[in-house]
Ligand binder design. Structure first.
Ligand code: 2P0
Length: 331
């Protein structure tokens, strides 16, 4: 039975994906820009034709519930896309908490897509793998590349123009991220459900869609200029706008804990003391802080001292998805 192993880094959006134009294919209502992390990594082993085994194992345990159903459906869709009708199964490991707003589904689905292509000996370039990963989880489209990555909204109904491209390599402009964990358990409202609910009920959703092209354009310019102040300022504004539309949903979706706000204040405090640092927050209460590598110790110590912060993780920018065992699907 052929099998292969691949790994992919989590990514954190600085201009965020929120809302879909097609739920089945995970076609986004807006483009997004992210950084790929080198130290928050998922590894997936995919087996072909193993009819007796569980479909989805995580950390050695059989995964059940929504995540397992979603993965099984994805594997059933992915196989024929890569030219097989045999059953695919997967076993994943992550170096970081899963399902807590740390982009685990992006890293996992991207690693699964790459491992499946490798296990099947398919010849698939990164651009197509990005689109294949997207169907598993939208943000997984971005984890295929390292460094600074844009996932394009696209216009086509079939999604063939909605994949990611790399804006800047991970070594071109090294930055660091500190993640302040304020809650270790799974998040309350999965982002997939929250996105649908917010799009349907938030009075601010239309304004979000309208503002996104300007943020994307400004962010591209800031990245090209390696301008941390501009990147950080746009990222904070875009993050707060995303959370504002979730607050305005009926009923509201509130991802923040009290410590989330305290951590945001601590980041602002760092800046007033001359340490450039900027926050972003995803579909969970954790606060992710972007800074220069030389400031990472100061930032991590400051975040660890915030009341309610349980612990901190650190990461550099990371490279694109890689095959660890098996043939590489791209040339
Ligand atoms: C992002 N998030 O751009 C945004 C910001 C959360 C907040 O992408 O339904 O797991 O699988 O496409 O990719 C999380 O949503 O959702 C996410 P699906 P996904 O990173």
């Amino acid at each position: 039975m052929p099998d292969a192993t691949a790994r992919a880094g989590a990514n954190v959006a600085l201009v965020k994906y929120w809302g879909k134009r097609d739920e089945e294919r995970n076609l986004p209502a807006v483009g997004s820009i992210s950084i790929t992390l080198g130290d928050l990594v998922a590894t997936a082993r995919v087996r072909v034709g193993d009819t007796g085994a569980a479909r989805f194992l995580g950390g050695g345990e059989v995964v059940s519930g929504t995540a397992a159903d979603r993965m099984a459906a994805y594997l059933d869709w992915l196989g024929p896309q890569l030219g097989t009708n045999e059953r695919l199964t997967t076993e994943v490991e992550a170096t970081f908490p899963v399902g807590a707003g740390l982009a685990s589904s992006a890293a996992i689905h991207c690693a699964v897509a790459v491992a499946a292509a490798s296990a099947l000996g398919a010849c698939v370039d990164r651009s197509r793998l990005s689109r294949l990963a997207r169907v598993g989880s939208g943000s997984a489209a971005r984890s295929i590349y390292g460094g600074w990555v844009e996932w394009h909204r696209g216009e086509r109904d079939d999604g063939e123009d909605s994949g990611a491209t790399q804006l800047l390599g991970e070594d071109t402009w090294p930055l660091a991220m500190v993640v302040a964990i304020v809650h270790d358990g799974p998040k309350e409202v999965p982002s997939r459900d929250a996105m649908r609910h917010v799009a349907r009920t938030s009075a601010l959703y239309a304004a979000w869609i309208e503002a996104q092209p300007d943020d994307l354009a400004a962010m591209r310019t800031a990245i090209a200029a390696r301008d941390l102040t501009a990147v950080g300022t746009i990222a904070e504004e875009n993050c707060l706008r995303m959370h504002a539309i979730t607050f305005a949903a009926r009923p509201p979706v509130l991802y923040w804990a009290p410590a989330t706000l305290a951590a945001m204040e601590a980041v602002r405090g760092l800046r007033t003391r001359g340490c450039e640092a900027y926050f972003t927050i995803d579909a969970g209460p954790q606060v992710k802080v972007l800074c220069s590598p030389q400031n990472v110790d100061t930032v991590a110590e400051t975040m660890a001292a915030v009341p309610g912060v349980v612990r901190t993780l650190r990461s550099t920018l990371g490279g694109g998805a890689e095959v660890l065992e098996g043939p590489t699907p791209w040339k």
